[in-house]
Design a protein around this ligand. Structure first.
Ligand SMILES: Cc1ncc(COP(=O)(O)O)c(C=O)c1O
Length: 391
């Protein structure tokens, strides 16, 4: 067992990147890449395609394949270095100081950060408690004359909750009624049992944030896209930070992944679903732990440990340093609720999910013992005060 002092984020990543860990912390996909994808990447490297700048509008066929994948063949697609770069460009182009953006807590806060750089304000509506996603009334009440945009992360990182068709329609109508832009972040949509984009009801005001990092397993390649109606994209594209285009090797892999997704993704999905169930069995062994959302519509979910009184930062560290399982403390994805949960992603080989399943009950048991105060000494006058019940 390693020393018990708290580690810094740098130390955590140092360790994780230099050990053979079960990487269940960033919703990335660690299943073996499909051969066609690996071949496309290898061929690009062998041919030294990287000597040239890629075509600025994107590898021929790639923007079209993305537009096709989201079912919006007329949308304009900007290929970016990860979905987050597209969101950064969008924010710079269209958000102004004092604008408000409807966002949630928990959430993927890097988006809030880039929006905040423009001087815009994120609302961070509380959504940790069931249904673990926005409620229509909640969003309606949060709209003010300053509201410029609705950020819809669907399914939501980290809760794994997805929106129904009726909900997405209602959000689209709300955006229309109040003349809001919608940023529909579909990073995790491939994992959902059913998925509905706002493009169906509000195509004229929807931007799609698109990523190859999760379902396609290419997080380290840094490739994604922003897509939207031509008139809006024409306002955004002048702010592109990457006029010389993005990594050509990544673009080759991305195109191959889209062209073959139907062949390989069902297997990925099956492994994810099996892993979710395996993790649920482990969670059930821990008194006080529970899953707010099951089944998750994404490749991650929150494991609520609020009732155990155990600090999720310590769970993250003990899982990593004692068991080589890398999960995330809730504090990474929630300012208001982070002390109540950990987040685990499960697009990993089953052996890694099994490693989690073995380690989690042990870590929780160990920390619970450590964190509970020692029983009061017997004063000879009956039992001492009961230890405080965990929050
Ligand atoms: C909701 C959401 N959007 C965007 C991203 C970033 O994706 P990319 O790696 O394509 O930049 C993430 C990454 O975790 C995410 O959770």
């Amino acid at each position: 067992m390693h020393d018990q002092t708290r580690k810094t984020p740098d130390e955590i990543f140092q360790y994780a990147h230099t050990h053979d860990v079960a990487w269940m912390s960033q919703n990335t996909n660690h299943l073996p890449a499909y051969k066609a994808v690996r071949d496309a990447i290898k061929q690009s490297v062998q041919e030294q395609e990287y000597n040239k700048y890629p075509i600025a509008s994107g590898l021929p066929g790639l923007p079209e394949a993305i537009a096709q994948d989201i079912g919006m063949p007329d949308y304009k697609v900007l290929v970016t270095a990860g979905g987050i770069e597209g969101i950064y460009i969008l924010a710079r182009a269209l958000l102004r100081p004092d604008d408000e953006v409807i966002t949630s807590d928990p959430s993927f806060f890097m988006i809030h950060k880039v929006m905040g750089l423009t001087g815009a304000r994120c609302t961070n509506l509380p959504v940790y408690d069931p249904p673990c996603k926005y409620r229509i009334e909640q969003v309606k009440e949060a709209i003010t004359p300053k509201t410029r945009m609705l950020l819809l992360i669907d399914p939501l990182n980290p809760t794994g909750a997805g929106y129904t068709q009726d909900e997405v329609r209602a959000f689209s109508e709300l955006a229309r009624d109040h003349d809001l832009l919608i940023l529909d972040d579909v990073t995790y949509r491939d994992f959902a049992e059913g998925h509905f984009e706002t493009t169906r009801w509000a195509p004229e005001r929807t931007f799609i944030a698109y990523s190859f990092s999760k379902s396609c397993g290419m997080a380290g390649m840094r490739i994604g896209a922003l897509a939207g109606p031509k008139e809006l994209m024409d306002k955004v594209i002048p702010y592109n930070t990457n006029d010389l285009s993005v990594n050509v090797v990544a673009q080759r892999g991305a195109l191959a992944a889209l062209q073959t997704k139907k062949e390989w993704f069902p297997k990925t999905l099956k492994i994810c679903r099996d892993n979710q169930r395996r993790i649920r069995r482990a969670v059930r062994k821990v008194p006080g732990a529970s899953l707010p959302v099951f089944p998750s519509q994404a490749n991650m979910f929150c494991i609520d440990i609020g009732a155990t009184g155990v600090d999720p930062d310590l769970v993250e560290q003990r899982m990593l340093f004692d068991h080589d399982v890398f999960i995330r403390s809730g504090n990474y994805v929630s300012k208001q609720f982070g002390s109540r949960f950990i987040r685990a992603s499960f697009s990993v080989p089953s052996a890694m999910a099994r490693r989690f399943a073995k380690a989690f009950p042990e870590v929780m048991e160990g920390l619970r013992r450590k964190e509970s105060p020692p029983p009061a000494a017997d004063s000879g006058q009956g039992a001492g005060p009961a230890p405080p019940s965990p929050v």
